[in-house]
Design a protein. Structure first.
Length: 249
């Protein structure tokens, strides 16, 4: 179960008079963070994205102001529903909500077809559920029959399982689940430091704002790791941007 090391950055205008969600395409730059070669390539791509799409704040020119957003579940992530349900309960839900991936992830048509197939699948599955139990269109679907039996049973915490719980768990059943060990956390933090150093050593100015999404309330960043990850990230930011005045809020 290889842990994904990808980081995504989205930048746009910070002009408050501009509709933040215009009816137009948004540029999404995706870079993979990894060994030195990959870090150098990622830094180059990110610099180009900022120069092309970075905002103009304070009249310094476009491509000079950007926001660095770091999601802590990048370093270690958990699917909270795997801890809520027993292994047997979760596998049943996952089977019913299985995601059919595109045949060719590089083909826009294939990706579009997979997307709409998924939307239809989720609409059909949602329509099966009522307040208390799923409607049975066909008793031949043994998986749906088995899941129907879960409604009203007990989860790992002893709570009653409701139909809505099963539907939400099903939708998120394909989310990544990899709780990083200390070696992996150290490696990912090293990649982060190398990437930020590569950016700071270029002509790109430091970010105007750094935001950190802890993702701890919803359980996607393991609660026993989130504070340690945040502290280590803050230490890296202080090291890389030592000459800047950092204000923590």
């Amino acid at each position: 179960d290889e842990h994904s090391t990808s980081s995504t950055i989205v930048l746009g205008s910070t002009d408050m008079d501009v509709d933040p969600f215009p009816n137009e395409e948004v540029c999404l730059g995706v870079c993979t963070v990894g060994p030195p070669g990959a870090v150098t390539e990622a830094a180059s791509k990110l610099r180009e994205v900022v120069r092309r799409y970075g905002a103009d704040v304070g009249g310094c020119g476009y491509g000079t102001s950007w926001v660095l957003d770091v999601d802590l579940d990048f370093y270690s992530t958990a699917n909270p529903f795997k801890a809520t349900f027993t292994k047997e309960q979760f596998e049943l839900v996952k089977l019913l909500y299985r995601l059919k991936e595109p045949e060719d992830s590089n083909c826009p048509v294939s990706v579009s077809e997979a997307f709409w197939t998924r939307q239809i699948q989720l609409q059909v599955l949602k329509s099966l559920w009522t307040v208390n139990k799923p409607k049975m269109n066909s008793c031949a679907n043994s998986t749906l029959v088995a899941i129907q039996g879960l409604v009203g049973s007990r989860d790992c915490d002893g709570g009653l399982i409701e139909a809505e719980d099963l539907h939400v768990a099903g939708i998120t059943s394909d989310l990544p689940h990899h709780m990083s060990n200390e070696r992996e956390l150290f490696q990912l933090m090293s990649y982060t430091r190398d990437l930020l150093l590569a950016l700071s050593n270029s002509t790109l100015p430091p970010p105007s704002l750094v935001t950190i999404a802890r993702s701890s309330t919803d359980g996607y960043t393991p609660t026993n790791q989130v504070d340690g990850i945040q502290n280590e990230l803050l230490n890296i930011l202080k090291q890389v941007y030592a000459e800047e005045e950092l204000v923590l809020n």
